[in-house]
Design a protein around this ligand. Structure first.
Ligand SMILES: Cc1ncc(COP(=O)(O)O)c(C=O)c1O
Length: 468
């Protein structure tokens, strides 16, 4: 690994403060907090600019699925840059790499989802999918079908449209959103279900939420329902058993298109390239993908659409009706070359099998953290998980955001060799999929010490009273 850590970290911090606007930054603290400068990575580890080695519990950002430092990826990317780095994807121009990658992906898409539109990341994939739904309904003569149903705590991206179908309350403070045609249902969060209600009853309730909303708006006015199979950035919300299948059946019943946002759950995180059919028993009309699609080595996103929809748009009827949506970097050949190599590595190293074997171990080990006094819930599946800290286990009262619990946990975890993702009072985990059982043990040990240290800190500061 070429890195001698000859960085002047303080100088970099200052330049960062002076010039860089970070995504999702609290501007109130932007000038006072020190950014973490990640300067090297290898396998499941990242290194900061001072040489601190940490297990990457975040997988970059749910994306570095095959791990870091893959020479083959570097070569595939470099070879493509030398051969042909870029040409316009618009109209009828294509590249061998985008054609081959698109075709290879359809080996894994469920049902008749055999057409792919390449975008540049998850947000543009979701945005494009929603615009495709608009296009489709306008084209087939039902322009009144405009309403989109989504859920609170969903995260679908950061364009105007994808942000509008997202629903994390904390993200809604100071930006504007489309509101007249977008409707948010309560999240299907089993941990926060009403006291005494069984999971099956909760499922009935959440399915009824969707049906009631469709009927309230009128099925003839509802274009689509968009849902992450497990809600990732909303705190790894795992819906009750059967929820995905039953909501999908409702959509079919009312002729509402179903978009499964697999930007996180795809590419192995749940042990499948696309989880919709093998894990949840659904064949959506559209699947969106990004992140693990290239393991984050180069940005790329995509949506897959069923032949059933696509075939209605082509042929003489479609003449002159342009799908006027696309990006300079749609189907970027370097990204598609990276995607092909990424898929080859996942297949050759049987990474899906590894996740199916190791994922349950990861979840079981994490569950041991439930014994800690401030951990209220540990949830997830395979290689995605959330640890939720509560002020009171019995009432499940969340720790207030101003206690900065997740940041505190990270401050303890980093020097011990672990990076995780903070989300208010929740810690999110989505490590590279190649993680071993020994490394999982290390993650859990570091988390356990760090969470206990934070509990002590909160008690010392008089913020939290151990009521156990
Ligand atoms: C489910 C889901 N959809 C879409 C997105 C947006 O992807 P991107 O950040 O690549 O635009 C994300 C990002 O975290 C996501 O989790």
């Amino acid at each position: 690994m070429a890195n001698n850590f000859a960085y002047d970290t303080e100088a970099l911090w200052q330049l960062d403060r002076d010039h860089i606007i970070h995504p999702w930054i609290d501007l109130g603290t932007a000038r006072t907090r020190e950014p973490v400068i990640v300067s090297a990575a290898e396998g499941v580890h990242i290194f900061d600019s001072r040489g601190q080695r940490m297990i990457d519990g975040i997988g970059g950002m749910w994306c570095v699925n095959i791990g870091y430092g893959r020479e083959e990826m570097a070569k595939a990317i470099a070879d493509q840059v030398r051969r042909m780095p870029y040409f316009s994807p618009f109209g009828l121009i294509s590249t061998p790499e985008s054609i081959e990658f698109g075709r290879r992906l359809t080996d894994y898409t469920p049902g008749d989802l055999k057409h792919v539109f390449f975008a540049t990341g998850g947000s543009t994939a979701v945005d494009s999918a929603l615009r495709f739904v608009q296009f489709y309904n306008n084209f087939v003569g039902r322009p009144e079908k405009k309403h989109i149903i989504t859920r609170e705590y969903a995260y679908h991206g950061s364009t105007f449209l994808s942000a509008s179908v997202s629903g994390k309350p904390g993200d809604r403070g100071f930006l504007d959103f489309i509101s007249d045609t977008i409707h948010h249902l309560p999240a299907p969060n089993c941990y926060r279900r009403p006291e005494g209600m069984s999971e099956a009853e909760f499922c009935d309730l959440k399915v009824a939420d969707l049906e009631n909303k469709i009927l309230e708006l009128g099925p003839e006015k509802v274009a689509c329902f968009i849902a992450e199979p497990l809600m990732a950035s909303g705190g790894v919300v795992v819906p009750p058993q059967g929820y995905q299948r039953r909501t999908w059946e409702l959509c079919r019943k009312y002729d509402v298109l179903y978009i499964s946002d697999e930007v996180v759950t795809g590419f192995g995180r749940l042990g499948e390239i696309f989880a919709s059919e093998p894990v949840f028993g659904i064949v959506p009309d559209i699947i969106t993908s990004a992140k693990g699609l290239t393991s984050g080595y180069v940005p790329l996103g995509a949506f897959f659409v069923s032949d059933r929809l696509y075939e209605r748009l082509i042929g003489p009827e479609g003449k002159g009706k342009y799908f006027t949506n696309g990006f300079t970097y749609s189907a970027h050949p370097v990204a598609c070359a990276a995607g092909l190599k990424n898929l080859e590595i996942i297949e050759r190293e049987q990474i899906l099998d590894h996740v199916r074997r190791t994922g349950p171990y990861f979840q079981a080990r994490l569950k041991s953290l439930l014994d800690l006094p401030i951990v209220g819930d540990v949830r997830g599946s395979h290689m995605m998980a959330c640890i939720e800290c509560v002020a009171d286990k019995r009432s499940k009262q969340a720790m207030p955001a101003e206690w900065d619990v997740a940041y505190r946990i990270i401050r303890h975890a980093m020097p011990r060799g672990l990076m995780v993702r903070p989300l208010s009072h929740q810690v999110i985990l989505s490590p590279p999929l190649i993680i071993t059982k020994a490394q999982i043990d290390e993650i859990v040990d570091i988390l356990s010490v760090s969470i206990n240290a934070v509990a002590d800190e909160l008690a010392r500061e008089g913020l939290w009273l151990n009521a156990a």
